[in-house]
Design a protein around this ligand. Sequence first.
Ligand code: TPP
Ligand code: MG
Length: 555
Amino acid sequence: MPAPDAPYTVADYLVQRLQDIGVAHAFGVPGDYTLDFLDHLVTSPIAWIGNCNELNAGYAADGYARVKGAGVAVVTYAVGGFSILNAVAGAYAEHVPLVVISGAPAMARRESGALVHHLAGDHEMQLNIFRMLTVDCALLSGPRTAPDDIDRVLTNCLSWKRPVYLELPMDVARMTCRQPEAICFQIEKTSNPLALAECVAEVVARLDQAQNPAVLVGTEVARFGISRAALQLIEHIELPYAMTVSAKGSLPELHPQCLGVYQGGLSHPETRAQIEDSDCLIELGVWHTDWDTGLYTSKLGQPGFVRANLDQVRIGQHLYPGVQLADFVRALADQAHPRHYRDSHPVRRSAPRAPYRAEASQPLSAGRFYQRVEQFLDDTMILVSDIGDVICAVAEMHIEEADNFLTQAYYMSIGYATPAALGVALARPDQRPVVLVGDGAFQMTAQEVSTLLRHQCRPIILLVNNDGYLIERYLHQDQIYNDLQPWRYAELPHVFGTGALSFRVTTEGELDAALAAALANPDHLVFIEACVGRDASDALKRIGATYQKSYRKAS
Ligand SMILES: Cc1ncc(C[n+]2csc(CCOP(=O)(O)OP(=O)(O)O)c2C)c(N)n1
Ligand SMILES: [Mg+2]
């Protein structure tokens, strides 16, 4: 907060606007080009969370944004700006509202083309690169235009749920500007009312005729805040529903109408049949990515299908542009006739697995490990999964309540989960993140355990030590490029800070004891290295076979 007699600056304006969009923490790494801005930020109610590097700051802000609706990372010019790019690309691909603020040389130096430190090419290079990876960006070139630029860029971030970029020259940060006015940051995109009415009437007629309608929930539902409305629709007409892997966590799985996760030919047969044999499948915000379609083994688009995405609905060969997904879901819930479908067509579910009972001296296998993790999870925990065997295995884990699961199932950058859990832990202090991460992914961003410890976060980190890049051994072949230097992982939390409990487990009994310790110590970061040899989940074995048989040959 600026001192009462201090001039109101561009930095103050930006800090205020970050608070206005709901940001209470900012992630990043400082540098001389950002220090003037950071001086204002650290005296504001926004907490500064210093990360070990900018990529991790980007992942942390991404995890934070998925939970809280917006996340911010502050980096210095070029060396920081270029380091965060991979996280920004992930947020762009997955529709995450991430705000990146980069310091920059003073305007006079920029205009003279001075060879200042960190400059990689010309002074426009960083802005031009970010232009491609964001939905909007601005060089805050002066105090007269900066407020409007900031408001426009943040509005686009929240409206399109995509990253934005603000480049703040160090001198402009200190310049006096106008105070903010009350504005609404969300552009309400409205549907074409005639198209909406006609489209909903057509879907209602189809639903009335259908014998076995169903809903497939996709990524856009949670990202655009439509989960509650989607569940109301589903409950109103009592339809069975499944979620794609990237939409897992958007609706509860402990629901009498839930079929679990649909992933094409990799799904459970009962789930697959009820989705693919539906004579009126309503897809809500589904992306037909390779992963969500089970490496293109899905059979969607059968006669009678309805495909609703962000701003259009397709019903068979009829296209309704200009119909917003949120409007479609609400209008359909309003107009569809309830079916009491639950009694006439009970949902078929996979037979429950035999309950897990540990055999104390049994060496840990991957399958048993994942089964134990599923049993361990409860509603107070939020599962944050990395990429690797873990993302194959999580598809089959039931996450009972909505909003308790998070991953990067489309962009799939390994190393995402550990820093993202930092963002989640700070955004949702009442819940405990459970991180599932492979040894390879962990080696990418392991340092962020130190930031978790520094801020008294108390996640449970489950590191699957399967001796290298196991997924790549299954997708391709067992080669030396999939080997890793074996770290003494369980020692790392003690190197990074104090207050962690750390375990290395090789048997089912040791795993049980470590998980019990995690529950008994809710105020500690608990790190468990689970050694499973080179064993893979059943899901990865199936995915590997499908990849080798069809996906790779067609690529
Ligand atoms: C940043 C990044 N680099 C490389 C890859 C390619 N890649 C995908 S999975 C994977 C291996 C993951 O290994 P690990 O975390 O140990 O998981 P495992 O499959 O062994 O369980 C790699 C290297 C990637 N997705 N992201
Ligand atoms: Mg591994």
